[in-house]
Design a protein around this ligand. Structure first.
Ligand code: ARG
Length: 404
């Protein structure tokens, strides 16, 4: 029996060429799997059917499209909100977040179709190859992974010619300016003029954050145990909240990230992102945590959030440490319930202007400086003296008194 390979299929040039290449080079039967994670907000059933058919035209024995938008929102974007996840404090993990979900579907399809190998179309320079391979191996250590684009040595022109030779109906042959990866959580943009870290990113690189209105917006986001549940009091599912908030914020130019990023493979790369919904939600969620998380919990979580983002960036979604951190994070969210009011205005501003929670740790009688004050001022004298005792002792005995 021929080797059966399940290929992560996007419908683009590289993965379409990969279908034929795997047939020719491996003598394999290829099962193309396209996963809809919201990469094209305008895509409908007909356009996904076109993607499905293209893989068949390229020679796949089976071609499936999986609508994973809801799963992506609930099982991947929600944990990213709970973790306030931003790699290197900037990048909300757009591409890194979708890969483990795609991997999960690839592995399930591999089992279903009795395939022994999984394939992806990534090159050797990026993080996505790491995520596909490490992810696959952590779910299914018995599966092989192949990455044809890492070894075939084809330029874009070569790939276009290869597609023409095999009658693979690719959409466009014009020069591609940017490498783009998009999903419900945002948009990653690489290559072209962006590669010069000194150059201002060209305006045409952005699509989700073009300013189309001057009118400021005020939006109330409600959370229950850390999970976004409503916008302006209207209960909505998470995907709808991300989409609506993203549209409001994007139209006011909010959500751009320009970063020089440390890739897992050792390269520093200049990347830009547009994540209006993701960044607005994280800003609101983190603020509500300030209102509801106890002091030590709040500080410890901040440290672990960084690690969580790093693990996800590095393709360790299914790792034991990531699982354990998830347990910590979910436990931390028990009382992160309440509302946050965001003010969003052009050009690109999103600020928290108000927050409230039925379980807020903010106590007006403790915090106030007016007559309602119930704080026991006299208790502070002993507390502060003992808190400073260690350094006072050090100053007196080792630094010999006056150091001013
Ligand atoms: N640098 C980002 C990351 O590693 C974006 C990757 C975008 N991927 C792509 N195939 N264009 O997550």
């Amino acid at each position: 029996m021929a080797e059966r390979i399940v290929l992560a299929y996007s419908g683009g040039l590289a993965t379409s060429v990969a279908v034929r290449w795997l047939i020719e080079q491996h003598g394999a039967e290829v099962i193309a799997v396209a996963v809809d994670v919201g990469q094209d907000a305008e895509a409908d059933a007909a356009s996904w059917e076109k993607v499905r058919q293209r893989a068949l035209a390229a020679g796949a024995v089976e071609s499936v499209v999986i609508d994973a938008r809801r799963e992506f929102a609930e099982e991947f974007c929600v944990p990213a909100v709970l973790a306030n996840a931003k790699y290197e404090n900037k990048y909300p993990l757009v591409s890194a977040l979708s890969r483990p979900l795609i991997v999960r579907h690839l592995v399930a399809e591999a089992r279903k179709h009795r395939a022994d190998t999984v394939a992806h179309g990534c090159t050797g320079k990026g993080n996505d190859q790491v995520r596909f391979e490490v992810g696959t191996r952590s779910l299914a250590p018995d599966l092989e992974v192949v990455a044809p684009a890492r070894g075939w040595g084809m330029s874009r022109e070569d790939a276009v010619a290869y597609a023409a030779k095999w009658d693979i109906p690719i959409e466009t042959t014009v020069e591609k300016i940017y490498s783009i990866d998009e999903n419900l959580w945002g948009r990653s943009i690489e290559c072209g003029a962006i590669e010069d870290p000194w150059a201002r990113p060209p305006d045409d690189a952005y699509t989700l954050t073009r300013i189309t209105t001057d009118a400021p917006a005020s939006v109330v986001v409600s959370f229950e145990s850390g999970v976004p549940v409503a916008l302006d009091g209207e209960p909505l599912d998470v995907a709808a909240i991300i989409g609506r908030l993203g549209a409001i914020a994007g139209a006011r130019g909010f959500g751009r990230v320009d970063a020089v990023e440390s890739r897992r493979v050792g390269i520093k790369s200049r990347e830009i992102y547009e994540c209006p919904g993701a960044l607005a939600l994280i800003a609101a969620h983190a603020d509500l945590e300030d209102m509801t998380l106890e002091h030590d919990m709040s500080h410890e979580k901040l440290r672990l959030e960084h690690r969580w983002a790093e693990l996800v960036y590095d393709g360790m979604w299914f790792s034991p440490l990531k699982e354990a951190l998830d347990a910590f994070i979910v436990r931390s969210q028990r009382h992160v319930t309440g509302e946050v009011r965001l003010r969003i205005e052009a050009p690109g501003l999103c600020t928290v202007e108000g927050r409230k929670s039925p379980v807020a740790l903010y106590d007006p009688e403790l915090a106030t400086y007016d007559a309602r004050d119930t704080f026991r001022h006299q208790d502070s004298e002993g507390f502060v003296r003992i808190f400073g005792l260690g350094v006072a002792n050090w100053a007196a005995r080792q630094e010999r008194g006056d150091r001013s």
